[in-house]
Every structure is written in C-alpha cells, then in structure tokens.
Design a protein around this ligand. Sequence first.
Ligand code: GLY
Ligand code: MN
Ligand code: MN
Length: 432
Amino acid sequence: MSETLNRLQQAHINQLLDTYRTLMQQHGLDAIALYSGHAAPHYGDDQFPEFQAAGHFLHWVPLLEAQHSWLIITPVDRPRLMLHAPTDFWHLSPELPDEPWVSEFDIELVSEAAAPSLSGKVALIGNVEALQGSPVAPPHGEANPPTLVSALDELRMHKSTYEITCLREANRLAKAGHEAAQAAFAGASAELDIQLAYLGASRQRESHVPYDNIVGLNQHAGVLHYQHYDLHSPGKRYSLLVDAGRRFRGYCADITRTWAGPDAPATFGDLIDAMHALKDRLIADIAPGVDYLGLHQTMHRQLGEILVSHDLYRGTAEACVESGVTRAFCPHGLGHSLGIQVHDVAGLQTPSGEPAPAPETHPALRLTRTLTPGMVVTIEPGLYFIPMLLSPLRDTDAPINWALVDQLMPCGGIRIEDNIAVTEQGFDNLTP
Ligand code: GLY
Ligand code: MN
Ligand code: MN
C-alpha cells in the first residue's frame, strides 16, 4: 500500500501546486505563505495545550505537530518548507520522515523560530495574528484575505484519491477501536476503561485523537458531546454510545456506534436496529447532484416513521416532523464534511464562496451543499432521550407515548455514524 500511497501523495501535491498557482494568478499574488501555527502556554504556566498544525498547511505537509513552520508557494519556485526544528536537549527535535513527499519540497530545518522574508504581493494564511507581540514578527503580507481563504477552503471540500485513501485507512484503524470498546462494554467496564481499550486497539495516544472521544454509558449516551470518562462502572448497563475516530496522516475518521446493554428494554435494541437501517438507507441515496439539506430532511421524515412504528409517537410521521417533535429527538444535523478537520471547512458556502448558512429551522446543520464527486461526508442520524428538549413537550398535546419515553430515558440515546465518499457513480462507504 505504501508505494501506491506515496505515488498518490505526489500526484496530490502536484495538483495542489497547479491549483494554487492558478489562484495566485487570479488574485494577483507573488506568494502564498502558509503558517503552521504555534501553541501558547497556559496562563502563568510553562505547560502547553495540545497543538495541531493549521488545516491549509496540513493539506500539503503531513506533519501534524509542526509548530512555527512555514510553507511558501510561488508561481515559479518549488514549494519551500521552513520546518522549525529547535536544537533542544529537553525534547526530541523534529526529523523529516523517510518518505518520498519530502522530495517535492525545498526544505530548510530552522533551529530558531523565524518568519520567511517575502516580497511582492503576499497572502499569509493561518493564525499569523498570534505572532503579534511574539519575538517573531509576522512577515510582510496580507493576513487571510477572505476571498482567498474561501477559495482554499473550497479546494479542501473535494478530496484527491490520496486523501480518500488516508480517510479509508483512518476508518480501518478506528474500527479496531470500536470493536475493542464493544468488547469492554460486554465485560462491564467503566467509561474510562472503554476509552483506554479504544485507544489501545486503535493504536493512538489520547492527545492524537481527531476530537475528544465520546464514550457515554446509559444517560451519558444522550449528551451529544459528552466529555467525561467515569472511573466506575454503573450498576445497571442500559447502553453504550462511542463516537470516536483516528487520524491517518492528518485525515480523520469519525465513527459512532451504539450498543444495548443487558438492562435495556427490548425496544431500545429494536430502535438501534432501526437507526442502523435508517443510516444505510440515507447512504444508499448518496450520489452526485443530491442536496445534503434534502437528505437531512429525509432523515427527519424517516425518523418520524421510526417514532410512529415503535409507538413513541401516536400520530402521523408527517405531523411528528411538522410539529418539531423529531427535532426534539434529534437536535443535530445529519452530518458534515470530513477531512483534515473532523468538521471540515466549506460546508456552509457555495462553490464560488458565497455564504450558504443552515436554515433557521435546522441551525445545527454543518453542510448545506449539493453533493459532487470527491466530497467526503458523514451520515449520522440520531435518536435521543434528552430531558432538556423533551420536558417542554410534556405540557403540550403532542401525542408522545411518555410511558415508553420514560422507560427509554436511562438509555440516553442512539447515534450511528459512517464516513462516505461521493463518487461519479454514487458513493463509497469508507467505514468498514
Ligand atoms: N464526533 C463529532 C461529530 O460526529 O460530529
Ligand atoms: Mn462523530
Ligand atoms: Mn460527525
């Protein structure tokens, strides 16, 4: 695989170079300088939060931890990488990997953080504002011109074959973690132990995950971005929701699975099966020309049908959607673009960079695009029992079967999430 991957990566870099040069011509630029960024210590402390290089830098250079580094693209020169490699006996200095992509760049290892000297009309991309007041002044150039930034974001919306290969590999590695999490749940582990089992099986340290793993037992499965890991196993085991990923060369997997525990009512297991089937039907609809917002609305219609067929809503599926009840059971969007960032850029703009915000009725939707080949998106329908959202409905005449809702409340909720590439013919599910 690695030889193919290397060839694909070289093609990816060459394609990027061509496109950047076209953009430079359109924007009348002599150079684009991409800044990797740098971490700042916690206030009054000598410790730093976890660092991750900026997305546009990573689009070219798969060095997730490169700080104080620059990549300079010009219309004529080879891409020039100034990689900060301090000589320091406290840390291991960054080293270039023995991978063919390095030969695509002129690379300078810089021991003292420094800004490149640039002339002409230059665009600086990245968190260059953070350099103000630091020992390294920002170089000459305009920081983050909005039209150029949205064009660079747009470039990241469509993935090259190299990027899709990386996303598939990230999924393969994450899958091993999910299997280990499921086994740990069967063994009555606490959330922390499930998390550790996940990390071990997916071969990653916690600071390298693409987003904080969500490992929720019981009611915690109904907290959308649940952020703790309980140290103790709860007495009863109703459910486990694991939303956890893996990076591969910077590219993210974002997979969710939900399992019923031995103490869950039978309906909960049936609902999990129904949500898997819903996820698969939505994926089967993916093809070029499909409107993602329309797919999100299809999710709500079919969620309404699931609520009716499982006796949670004693009315029609149409009324369930129209009255906003499905939104109380699923307050998030169908999914988002996926790439170097888990919620990748350009989801809420048109191909020409005009804003395309989520509609007021679905404010949490992160992707409003018409699907075209090369996009990679998540499909993640959910069904939750969230007291904060359901309580206000108790005072209305909405025909909700509250006795069943109360029975299911300890299970928290369900989310099932796969990662899908849009192809010329339809779709390719990257999640094994
Ligand atoms: N893991 C966050 C999300 O699914 O969007
Ligand atoms: Mn997720
Ligand atoms: Mn997601």
